[in-house]
Design a protein. Sequence first.
Length: 85
Amino acid sequence: MSESGRLKTVKERRKRVHAGVESDFHGARLHMDLAHFSKVYYNPYLVKQFTLIDQKTPISEAGLVYLINKVCYVEGNGDRQGSLF
């Protein structure tokens, strides 16, 4: 995550790419049971980094990340492996 990009986004109130998910792609699944996954969000106007919605705690790494319909899910509470930046 680029802090300077976040600050510029907040200042100009204009969307720009400054955050992302970096990992190995292991394929696509059509049906997922998300019972053991937590939703993650990022809004540069409200938080400085990716945040677990339920716990409202920052997260920077996760074991498994699923991107489904523009929503990011991480396994459990975000085990350490892949990077969210």
